[in-house]
Write a protein that binds this ligand. Structure first.
Ligand code: CP
Ligand code: NVA
Length: 320
């Protein structure tokens, strides 16, 4: 389909606030499309549009109330590759930072842009944005979840020859927003999750229940070695997320959950290591693991572009 034909279609508004908004079939379609588009443009300059430029003429407005490198750049490049463009707003230089309401911002941006991506501290804010906007709203990370990251993670796992059904994914450290979206994906895509967290840092039970209700096996343990044993994928994230206090107590509680070579030795020989980045090498992961052949963190980072293209196409009703 050409960009002009795409624009002639009745507008479709699909929000991706969390992965369940899309569902398993749509996530599978996103991953397939990402694989195909990535292959079709191999070796091209990164800003050159894909041959079909399906989002020609469309503009994405991105709101950042927290820092970002990957999410910001990947969505911008994704829009360029789809033939569209992106605008970045941050709370320091937009009226949001001076107290303009989410509801008014949503309605104004809906008149000016074709989709809105939001990174914010409070998940309730993106839900409110979704309620008031009449263009697609995409979650670029909240305190509760990080769905776009997980589409890229699943793409990376599949690219590395690991089909999702029955996959054993082991998480170490903080029961945070990234883990929540992994658990949500597990129920939708039928893979299993072993969660090794210290007491007091478990993920929200709602996400564990969601995974189990979807048919995923979820093992909650305090024993990092048990979680790693026979795992296909080893995942961790920063021990201190954006907006959280860097307390000595938390770091001490996390220490037994560090991903190091002794822990990796318990996983399958061909296990891969994932980290959404930014990493704090020497804290949640040691340098030898981070730099090892099993570490696919830079494939994972690049895949943010390819995955975000699929998310955008889905949100406009052009995929899945
Ligand atoms: N992984 C991720 O979302 O990175 P950024 O914070 O740099 O966007
Ligand atoms: N859990 C981290 C992810 C950063 C991409 C955070 O919320 O800061």
């Amino acid at each position: 389909m050409s960009g002009d034909e795409a624009l002639d279609l009745a507008p479709v508004v699909r929000n991706l606030i969390d992965l369940s908004d899309a569902g398993g079939d749509a996530i599978a379609a996103m991953i397939n499309d990402a694989i195909n588009r990535k292959a079709a443009r191999a070796g091209w300059p990164k800003g050159k549009p894909d041959a079909d430029a399906p989002l020609a003429g469309r503009v994405l407005a991105m709101i950042f109330e927290k820092s970002s490198t990957r999410t910001r750049v990947s969505f911008d490049i994704a829009m360029r590759q789809l033939g569209g463009s992106a605008i970045i707003l941050d709370s320091g230089t937009s009226q949001l930072g001076r107290g303009e309401s989410i509801a008014d911002t949503a309605r104004v941006l809906s008149r000016m842009a074709d989709a809105i991506m939001v990174r914010t501290d409070d998940h309730a804010k993106i839900e409110e944005m979704g309620q008031y906007a009449h263009v697609p709203v995409i979650n670029g990370l909240t305190d509760r979840s990080h769905p776009c990251q997980i589409v890229a993670d699943l793409l990376t796992v599949i690219e590395h020859g690991k089909p999702l059904p029955g996959l054993e994914v082991a998480w170490f450290g903080d029961g945070n927003n990234v883990l929540h979206s992994i658990l949500e994906a597990a129920g939708l895509m039928k893979f299993n999750v072993r969660v090794a967290t210290p007491e007091g840092y478990d993920p929200e039970g709602e996400f564990v229940e969601m995974a189990r209700a979807g048919g995923a096996q979820v093992t909650m343990t305090r024993d990092a070695k048990e979680a790693a044993s026979g795992a296909d994928v080893i995942v961790t994230d920063t021990w201190v997320s954006m907006g959280q206090d860097h307390t000595h107590n938390k770091l001490a509680a996390m220490a037994p959950y560090q991903v190091n070579s002794a822990l990796m030795a318990n996983a399958k020989l061909d296990a891969i290591f994932l980290h959404c980045l930014p990493a704090h090498v020497g804290e949640e992961v040691t340098e030898d693991v981070f730099e090892s052949a099993q570490s696919v963190v830079f494939d994972e980072a690049e895949n943010r572009i390819h995955a975000q293209k699929s998310v955008l196409l889905w949100s406009f009703g052009l995929l899945g």
